[in-house]
Design a protein around this ligand. Structure first.
Ligand SMILES: [Zn+2]
Length: 92
């Protein structure tokens, strides 16, 4: 293998590099976009969780926004576990 062997393929190397550069740039762009989205979602979810997920399943610790969902969850996921007293008179 001659050292100068790649001189003739310089164009290919350049276009490969350009492609690689574009790929990196688009990856960086995507990563930035995803990070921003994640940040936004994380913020929304955090706020929503604080505001809405106030019922925690006593068996599996799943959090739910309302007693109706909690009761439905409890009846379908833990049918053998007695219903918590706070769910006894919830209309599911
Ligand atoms: Zn559960």
């Amino acid at each position: 293998m001659a050292i100068g062997g790649n001189v003739g393929t310089g164009v290919n190397i350049t276009s490969d590099m350009a492609r690689g550069q574009q790929k990196i740039q688009s990856q960086q762009k995507n990563a930035k976009k995803q990070a921003e989205q994640k940040k936004k979602q994380g913020h929304d979810q955090k706020a929503a969780a604080k505001a809405a997920l106030i019922y925690t399943c006593t068996v599996c610790r799943t959090q739910m926004p309302d007693p109706k969902t909690f009761k439905q969850h409890f009846e379908s996921k833990h049918p053998k576990t007695p219903l918590p007293p706070e769910l006894a008179d919830v209309q599911a």
